[in-house]
Design a protein around this ligand. Structure first.
Ligand code: BT5
Length: 234
């Protein structure tokens, strides 16, 4: 499945999580007005009030690394936001789109593995016309805040899906190009960061992203540490 035109889009008023529904239906796009169990990585809560874009794309990719599907999605949304609204967003490793230090969009790629990925579900949480809960206002932002305009959600979702498949085809066999483009748009490379992983916290300079999409941290003593996943704090 490579063509967005082949995917049917399903709209719901309310769901637990669009990722779960998209996995259940398969080969589709699912959009919900609100989610009661919207989730981020490590089962963190994703706030999904009315007015935001909460969507998932489910398909069988040829790319067998979920991180890379997340990167392609982030690059696609970055491009759409630049093209439509003139706003420059940057990509915070591994799955956020940031505007002026605030989180505009988060991506959660769930993959069902065999020895290659069988099905991937790419969940996109993009703050559009929605208000943000008080607790998030210092660190999150919406397109409404940026553009001062109300934005058509369905149309935006269509543009994102189309752009995603365009970029997916472009990067399908071009790993180097994907990582180079990602680095160009990276908000993370060069920054002093703290990474909280299951194994503990690590401090260092985010030096690079390796060919598998891992973050390479340069530690105080000059040694390199490969970070496969974790929460990043600047
Ligand atoms: C993410 O996780 O950023 C991935 C979010 C993916 C959400 C989409 S919505 C459609 C689909 N269906 C789902 O159930 N999920 C996907 P992570 O990097 O772990 O970030 C989670 C953190 O982001 C939370 O702990 C909060 O601090 C913050 N957060 C929660 N809701 C937010 C929001 N609406 N806008 C900005 N930040 C938010």
């Amino acid at each position: 499945m490579k063509n967005s035109k082949m995917l049917k889009t399903y709209y719901f008023k309310k769901l637990g999580s669009t990722n779960d529904k998209a996995r259940e239906i398969g080969n589709c796009v699912v959009i919900a007005e609100t989610q009661s169990k919207g989730r981020g990585r490590f089962n963190k809560k994703w706030e999904s009030p009315k007015g935001g874009l909460w969507m998932s794309i489910s398909f069988s990719p040829r790319i067998d690394n979920p991180k890379k599907l997340t990167f392609i999605t982030a690059i696609s949304i970055q491009k759409i936001i630049k093209r439509k609204f003139g706003a420059d967003t940057r990509i915070k490793w591994p799955n956020d789109l940031i505007f002026k230090e605030k989180k505009l969009c988060g991506i959660l790629t769930d993959a069902v593995f065999s020895n290659k990925i069988k099905t991937a579900v790419i969940g996109i949480g993009l703050n559009v016309n929605n208000d943000l809960p008080l607790g998030l206002r210092r660190k999150a932002v919406s397109l409404k805040d940026i553009t001062k305009k109300k934005i058509g959600i369905k149309h935006l979702a269509g543009s994102i899906t189309k752009e995603f498949f365009l970029q997916y085809r472009k990067y399908n066999k071009k790993n180097k190009k994907l990582l180079n483009d990602l680095k160009q748009l990276s908000d993370t490379i060069g920054r002093k960061v703290r990474v909280k992983t299951l194994g503990g916290s690590h401090y260092g300079i985010a030096e690079s992203i390796d060919e598998d999409g891992n973050l390479i941290l340069k530690l105080k003593d000059g040694a390199r540490k490969k970070i496969t996943e974790g929460n990043l704090y600047y």
